[in-house]
Write a protein that binds this ligand. Structure first.
Ligand code: PMP
Ligand code: GLU
Length: 400
């Protein structure tokens, strides 16, 4: 390829999204006629609740077709501020809210606004694939801090304290976690907050997109509700997971006003306000939580099914995820084995083996900073999950 046909250095340095790549691969195999069970992408298999769809239709008919204010329509910013107060005990005003094109966009915006070249961003691992790449795009340095399998994949406050340097700017994590399903308890987040409180130049980027898919008895706790660090917590959330609205592309942030203003400036030059109809529809989402609760119950049933099924397969080590819709088994016992044709030396080999031999699409843990694991989405029907587990069991039995 000639030099002129090369994309810019920042794009060359970027890893492609492992989740989207695997999903694309399984789509291609399906198109070739293979019966693929796609447990790669994390996407609810439910339809968006009816009351939200009805509101979108009304918005089209009422002529809400124009650009919106860059940070979102006032009605949605108010609905989100009310939600933060009611459900998360975070007292934000509409001026503290900015709506973007999905939580992915909200996260990328926040990092662009907070990170200077060379700043360190501590990412709790296993982490969602896009975090490290977003940090690199912001010219920051990802510092990966690993939660152990034994501790349910959760980083401790002590580990965090030890990783902080005078270059640390942001600490970011998701709870409930993608990819592990781990959920930080109130007690654990309080300990983490105590560390943050001591370092007054450090900010927290708390990704709470799986908030409504939380099986812990104590429920969801937001680190942003801790008064001592409230102004230094950027809380990210969105409609995609809890309301099964992935394609509607609505994410949002609650943060100190100066941060929201910074994001507003960036968004005003790059994307403008997001989709008007999707914003109108989102305003009414919280009016009826029945569908969100029904979906959560379904994910819980599937969690039981998948954890039990995978634990029955020799060689799989499986944690019980407390939230989200993923299982994240440790599969390193298969490294060094082969079915006579394919040698398994890492999680990428193993995930590819499952795709080609069992026709089950998963995502290798390597993209999540966990090279001994694979991610299996449980956002599929009970029948599909049962069939997938049976296929995986049969395929790995051929590995010697
Ligand atoms: N954060 C995490 C942890 C996710 O799993 C996802 C899923 N895509 C996102 C953010 C982005 O969500 P959205 O679809 O709203 O961009
Ligand atoms: N969050 C989902 C996943 O992890 C969606 C895919 C993506 O946006 O990367 O699979």
């Amino acid at each position: 390829m000639s030099a002129v046909q090369q994309v810019a250095d920042r794009i060359q340095a970027l890893e492609p999204s492992a989740t989207l790549a695997m999903s694309q691969k399984s789509r291609e195999l399906r198109e070739q006629g293979f019966d693929i069970i796609n447990l790669s992408i994390g996407e609810p298999d439910f339809k968006t609740p009816k009351h939200i769809c009805e509101e979108a239709k009304k918005a089209i008919d009422a002529g809400f077709h124009s650009y919106t204010p860059v940070p979102g329509i006032p009605e949605l910013r108010k609905a989100i501020a009310d939600k933060f107060k009611r459900e998360n005990n975070i007292d934000w005003k509409p001026e503290n809210i900015i709506v973007s094109t999905g939580a992915k966009h909200s996260l990328a915006n926040a990092l662009q606004v907070m990170v200077n070249p060379g700043d360190e961003v501590i990412i709790f691992a296993p982490y969602w694939v896009s975090y490290s790449e977003m940090v690199k795009l912001a010219e920051g340095k990802p510092v990966i801090l690993e939660g152990s399998f034994e501790n349910g994949f959760k980083v401790t406050a002590e580990q965090l304290e030890n990783a902080i340097t005078d270059k640390t700017k942001v600490v970011m994590f998701s709870s409930p976690s993608n990819p592990t399903g781990a959920v930080f308890s109130k007690a654990e987040l309080t300990e983490i907050a105590k560390v943050i409180e001591k370092h007054e130049n450090i900010f927290v980027l708390a990704d709470e997109i799986y908030e409504y898919i939380n099986f812990m008895e104590e429920g969801h706790f937001s680190i942003g509700s801790i008064p001592a660090i409230k102004d230094r917590v950027i809380t990210v959330n969105g409609m995609a997971k809890g309301f099964a609205m992935t394609g509607w592309r609505i994410g949002y942030i609650g943060a100190a006003e100066w941060i929201v203003k910074g994001i507003n400036k960036l968004q005003g030059q790059v994307t403008s306000g997001t989709n008007h109809i999707a914003q109108r529809a989102s305003v009414v989402a919280w009016d009826d939580m029945t569908a969100a609760e029904t979906m959560k119950r379904a994910y819980l049933v599937r969690r039981e099914l998948v954890v039990k099924g995978l634990r029955d397969i020799p060689g799989f080590k499986v944690n019980v995820p407390d939230g989200a819709f993923y299982a994240f088994p440790e599969i390193s016992s298969f490294f060094g084995k082969s079915d006579g044709e394919t040698a398994i030396n890492n999680s990428d080999d193993f995930s590819m083996f499952l795709l080609l031999k069992a026709h089950v699409a998963t995502v290798a843990g390597s993209g999540f900073g966990a090279p001994n694991c694979i991610r299996i989405s449980t956002a599929a029907s009970d029948e599909a999950l049962e069939e997938a587990i049976a296929r995986i069991k049969a395929a790995v039995a051929t590995l010697k």
